[in-house]
Design a binder for this molecule. Structure first.
Ligand SMILES: Nc1nc2c(c(=O)[nH]1)N=C([C@H](O)[C@@H](O)CO)CN2
Length: 116
């Protein structure tokens, strides 16, 4: 299986279970591994045949600026659904971390895999 990846995508969003977290945006960090047919894109050398990581980044930036969740689980699932439904990604691994959310930990987060 071929992979298109996006590493350390840092986006600002409002997220958290506490009232004080719902007031101001904070960074979350995405790590994405997305199944893609790299050979097909290489054969045509056309962006239309590639999984466009720029378009995905722009879409996720819009999503996090317009949707506010309590849990990082909810944001991760929402983004996974968009990647599958809008970009046709048949398998993905998405890691979402929240730097500084817990004292004494660099970050906390979730990793989900969806699709087969
Ligand atoms: N599994 C989770 N645990 C917690 C979350 C979360 O999103 N998923 N969030 C919080 C708080 O918002 C925390 O990040 C800040 O106090 C706590 N636990």
């Amino acid at each position: 299986m071929d992979i298109v990846y996006i590493r350390n995508l840092r986006l600002e969003t409002i997220i958290g279970i506490h009232d004080w977290e719902k007031q101001i945006p904070r960074p979350v960090i995405f790590q994405l591994e997305l199944a893609s047919d790299v050979a097909r894109a290489a054969a045509t050398d056309q962006i239309a045949d590639a999984l466009d990581y720029e378009a995905i980044t722009q879409r996720l930036r819009h999503v996090v600026s317009t949707h506010h969740f309590d849990l990082i689980e909810s944001l991760a699932e929402h983004c996974a659904g968009i990647l599958r439904d809008e970009f046709g990604v048949r398998w993905l691994r998405l890691s979402l971390s929240k730097p500084g959310a817990v004292g004494d930990a660099v970050d906390v987060g979730v990793v989900i895999e969806r699709g087969g």
